[in-house]
Ligand binder design. Structure first.
Ligand code: PEP
Length: 248
């Protein structure tokens, strides 16, 4: 019912040379049993899209501006991402929320812009360590979900990524029960807000220190429909192993 997805977020890593990893990935996983999405830095989107144009690998941006165009020096609109060859865009990543002061309201406006441009939004939700230790995880996730996702969500234009901030780039991974609790909660909230059709078919990815050696266990958790991967998406061998775990 929900096709699994392996999504890679290269963050601010990669120049032209790095595209060789994408070529390897495309050659090795032409027949992947799951959807594959790579979100390189904006400077590489059009070259990446050209490289994988003949494959099923999709290319995405890592952020977009909420406005269609205008005086926003250094920003990129959703239509520009689309024009460069992207089909998806990551929005509300915790690094954007923390480093650029992005609120859920801003993420929601960006998601609307992404949808207007025909992009699928990968909307990230996640609690800090302090929030988890204070037993506030579900409140935080519920609030971010309500605030960040516009009303017009469908299973085609939305992918949700649960990314506990304390697990990103740290090697520290929640227990399978903790992952399962949050994913079940997100699923229930999606069903309550958007109805069973959208709620049951929208994909929910887990992100935070997913590696080849823990991927299979994480993917065994109910309501985990794939992964949003940072560090381990930079090397085709590592990301390929995660794709293989999802495709098994
Ligand atoms: C991320 O930043 O989205 C992420 C999940 O990073 P990592 O896999 O490196 O923890």
């Amino acid at each position: 019912m929900r096709r699994k997805m392996a999504a890679g977020n290269w963050k601010m890593n990669g120049t032209g040379d790095t595209l060789a990893e994408l070529t390897t990935l495309a050659n090795d996983h032409a027949q992947a049993g799951c959807d594959v999405l790579i979100c390189p830095p904006a400077t590489l989107i059009s070259r990446a899209a050209e490289r994988v144009g003949h494959t099923t690998i999709a290319i995405g941006g890592q952020d977009c501006h909420a406005a269609e165009k205008g005086a926003h020096t250094g920003d990129i609109s959703a239509a520009m991402l689309r024009d460069a060859g992207a089909s998806h865009v990551i929005l509300g990543h915790s690094e954007r929320r923390e480093n650029h002061g992005e609120s859920s309201e801003m993420v929601r406006a960006k998601a609307r812009a992404a949808w207007d441009a025909g992009l699928t939004a990968v909307i990230c939700l996640g609690e800090s360590l302090a929030e988890r230790e204070a037993a506030n995880t579900l409140d935080i996730i519920g609030g971010q979900l309500a605030g960040s996702i516009p009303d017009a969500a469908t299973a085609e234009n939305l992918i949700v990524a649960y990314e506990p901030i304390w697990a990103i780039g740290t090697g520290r991974v929640p227990t399978l029960d903790q992952i399962g609790e949050v994913h079940d909660f997100i699923r229930a909230r999606l069903e309550r807000r958007f109805g069973a059709g959208v709620g049951k078919t929208t994909r929910i990815l887990y992100g935070g220190s997913v590696k080849p050696d823990n991927a299979r266990d994480i993917f065994s958790v109910a309501n985990v429909d794939g992964a949003l991967v940072g560090g381990a998406s930079l090397k085709a061998a590592d990301f390929g192993a995660i794709i293989a775990a999802l495709s098994a």
